[in-house]
Ligand binder design. Structure first.
Ligand code: 4IP
Ligand code: ADP
Length: 460
């Protein structure tokens, strides 16, 4: 969800000394003035965890939003990983000493407006991509290889991983050691993963192994959810009735910044989408674009929308922008499960488990969950799983405030409609299950009838 251009990397992460809950604008202005490594991020997260544990006020008291920074396309030269870098690896959370790191502080220019930064033309990465695998030939976890690992890995040691990215931006992911991937660092997402370590949602989110730094860039190191599947079918469903932060709305109101890339994307779907004013300025603001996307898809009407599907035959579709009606959504799901009742039932039971966990999750109660997806994965063995992914825009509420997640959003209440969307998603799969069961029954009756007719014919 959030973009490369917007992520704080170790090149431009400008945490001030007073803690990470300071106003986002302040952080944006200071971004790039200090150089920080992944260790800094990890320490911050540890401080938060510690203060939460002691009941002391956490640094998450104030509403927090994803920070806005520019991450240059290149920069930060690689360095050879030293033995000592691995010596303090703890439980996979690699707390490496990077005192000699090549992290640069040049990642950000003076930033006056978030919208300036949002006006990127970065292409979306949707579909099958090849990730460079950073594993060694021995395919062992990195922290077990500390005596033999050197960085950067030589070309001969690199393997390619065919992977699918159904949403998000190009270049956000890299392959990691066997079974894991790297996702570009975002402060929000890191904090969420840290807090999820002790939460009821833990069994439903990708395993998180801490932050990692490569070539001066910081990544979140997490489990590749596709790894245990054979030719997986994958679907990304974006949850909630709202896909942008309230802060984005406020900012667009205070400082409207029409974006040509969003105008172009709108025109590609519907040339009558833009208003006369938007046509004349050839620009659309971010919240306006996001609201339009919500209206033309099922986000507003069902509280979730289909973002993309990759099937085991290698085909990949991300053209669901106008998939809106319940019937159309059911049809897409039915096609995705290939009319398989067992897979549908597996998905349903996993969704029900997720629903239960959400209802008891402290994390969920205390966060506005925006732009997060449910990732559906199944293969020909009928293994089917659903995972909660993407916490880049999931934001902690002020201390003491909670959300119900199933009431209407009105500006200021920060409700996201996640539970309402999940309820509708479950109903959708129930409809799929009913249709599939009816068709299976019909097929078996038809087959029996055929058999009887054959026997009768044979008997004649
Ligand atoms: O799907 P399309 O129509 O291309 O629109 C995209 C998605 O909504 C992105 O969300 P996601 O990455 O979850 O798919 C969003 O990024 P954010 O969710 O970070 O706001 C993009 O905002 P910009 O990156 O500002 O363009 C927006 O242009
Ligand atoms: N842990 C994971 N395992 C497998 N695939 C993943 C994982 N996380 C994300 N993906 C894939 O990458 C896509 C984008 O992920 P997301 O976290 O939404 O990225 P972004 O924050 O760039 O939008 C998802 O639709 C999915 O296809």
């Amino acid at each position: 969800m959030p973009k490369e251009c917007r992520r704080k990397s170790s090149k431009d992460f400008g945490l001030s000394g007073t803690g990470i809950n300071e106003g986002s604008r302040l952080e944006r202005r200071t971004a790039g003035k200090a150089s920080h490594t992944c260790d800094d991020h990890v320490e911050k997260a540890a401080q938060i965890a510690a203060s939460s544990a002691t009941g002391a006020p956490t640094v998450m008291d104030a509403p927090r939003v994803p920070q806005v920074t520019i991450t240059p396309e290149s920069g930060g030269s690689s360095r050879e990983m030293q033995q000592e870098d691995w010596d303090d690896a703890v439980d996979g959370a690699l707390r490496r000493k990077l005192s000699n790191s090549s992290v640069s502080s040049t990642g950000s220019s003076a930033v006056e407006s978030e919208d300036d930064l949002l006006s990127d033309n970065e292409s979306k990465s949707k579909g099958i991509i090849t990730l460079e695998h950073l594993d060694t030939v021995e395919s062992k976890a990195w922290w077990k290889l500390k005596t033999i690992v050197h960085w950067p890995f030589s070309v001969t040691q690199k393997r390619k991983l065919n992977w699918v990215q159904l949403a998000g931006h190009k270049g956000n992911f890299k392959a990691a050691d066997e079974g894991n991937i790297l996702k570009k660092f975002s402060e929000n997402e890191m904090l969420c993963f840290e807090k999820l370590r002790d939460d009821a949602l833990l069994p439903f989110v990708p395993g998180y192994h801490g932050t990692l730094e490569k070539d001066g860039e910081c990544f979140l190191h997490m489990t590749d959810l596709l790894v245990n599947f054979d030719l997986p079918n994958v679907m990304d469903c974006k949850m909630g009735v709202r896909t942008y932060l309230e802060e984005e709305l406020v900012r667009a109101r205070e400082r409207p910044k029409p974006r040509e890339d969003l105008y172009t994307k709108m025109m590609e779907v519907d040339s009558e989408g833009p208003t006369p004013q938007e046509h004349s300025q050839r620009g659309v603001t971010k919240p306006r674009y996001m609201q339009w996307r919500e209206t033309i898809s099922s986000t507003n009407t069902l509280g979730f929308r289909i973002e993309g599907i990759k099937k085991c035959d290698g085909t990949c579709r991300t053209d669901f922008k106008k998939t809106r009606s319940k019937e159309d959504v059911i049809q897409v799901f039915k096609d995705f499960v290939g009319g398989n009742g067992n897979i549908t039932k597996c998905y349903l039971s996993r969704l029900t488990e997720i629903q239960q966990a959400l209802k008891t999750s402290q994390f969920f109660r205390q966060h506005e969950v925006i732009g997060s997806s449910l990732l559906f994965i199944h293969d020909h063995t009928s293994k089917a799983q659903v995972w909660i992914i993407d916490f880049g825009k999931t934001t902690a509420l002020p201390e003491g405030q909670t959300l119900s997640h199933d009431i209407c959003w009105q500006e200021g209440n920060r409700e996201d409609g996640y539970l309402w969307g999940l309820e509708n998603l479950i109903h959708t799969l129930e409809s799929v299950s009913n249709e599939v069961t009816a068709e299976e029954t019909f097929r078996s009756v038809a087959t029996e009838t055929d058999c009887c007719q054959t026997i009768e014919a044979d008997g004649q």
